[in-house]
Design a protein around this ligand. Sequence first.
Ligand code: SF4
Length: 468
Amino acid sequence: MPPTITKEACLLDRIRVTPSAEATQNACKLCAPLGAALVFKGIQGAVPLLHGSQGCSTYIRRYLISHYKEPIDIACSNFSEHSAIFGGGANLKLALENVRHQYAPSLVGIATTCLSETIGDDVAMFIKEYRRSKTGQTLPPIVHVSTPSYQGSHMEGFHRAVWATVSALAGDERRGDARRVNLFPGMLSPADIRHLKQMTAAFGLEAVVLPDYSETLDGGLWKDYQRVPEGGTPVDAIAAAGAAEASIELGGSLAMARETAASFLQQRFAVRPFRLGMPIGIRQTDVLIQSLAEISGRPVPGCYAEQRGRLLDTLVDGHKYVNTVRAALYGEEDLVAGMAGFLAEIGIHPVVCASGGRSMHLAEAIRAQIPASWHAETAILEDADFTAIETAVDTARPDLIIGHSKGYAMSRRLGIPLVRIGFPIHDRMGGSRLLHVGYEGAMALFDRLANTLIERRQDASPIGYTYM
Ligand code: SF4
């Protein structure tokens, strides 16, 4: 039976309208090891290794390659029926040995799959045994993150991998470095990461960004194939994360989580945490800029006043196209919460906000971003699949749908235009180059939203306006 949402439920009981269903239909999330693999792809010289069957790594590679348009090497311990019954220890040790010799990695990041989690493989013990068998040899750091997909989405895998890497590598280095800041950006595009690095540099800060796949997944042309693309966060820099002046962690839902990389560094090394929302739109970008000014002790560079001014001028110029528009929004929780705030400040009401994630912080993060007068008219769906989302969107009949490519079929069926943001974008070019953050990201998003609305009005007009 497909999950159903009654009109009354959608209009009156706004929070958690997703009813229980026997099966997920077209999930609005991807699997947890995918998020972890993405984090390891953002560490210099690192190789992700999935402990499980080849199908899992193929599925993950397929999604990452179709979005980033780059070759993505992800190793696998290649489970067979034998390993499923007797355990995957021997496979994992062999995989580690192969990865070491074929890639000479600076770090191996092991993420477990559903199968290895279900049979209860003790990965930490396998790693210890492997290390013991190589006594006297120099091994790269091996980071292990538990990522059963039946307990979490790709976002949870992503955040867990960041936490696992920092807690495994950050040393007991208490020397404060006033110019260094740890930046945990969350799952943003390579263009976003580059923009955030420019922002921290503009304040004279050296950012250790984890993960930083701005080059590894968005690099230039190669003459010869590179097994591990250049770029990424140096392992040494992560090891020194405890010596930074502060940690900036982005994501409205993540900011409510108990155990994160920033909270670990605060507890272990007293590194000041700045746990902020996604800097999408004016308010949240202002918060990030103010935080950078506070950490660096420097005034805000003039270029940001100029960018902010251009953004305000853009909003004034185009307000007539977006004002009173209603939108449906779905994707990763942090992105949805950040986008909801941005839509609210430009006058678009996000009447449906949905995510396949289940941190259970989404509703609170969205309520903090939108006017109180909209709370009763905003359906928030957590742990939702596309069947539930489509029912809610069909009930609300918004003017726009905003989310990743997995919502295309819904947009086509309902006849409502889709503006693509986030991950995965596999039916358009430029997913890696989409800018969401900062004043410039807000301007780019605003233009895309307004132009989509203008195009829709033109297409719907019997006389086909050429001047609007
Ligand atoms: S079995 Fe689990 S880990 Fe493997 S692809 Fe499916 S959801 Fe991901």
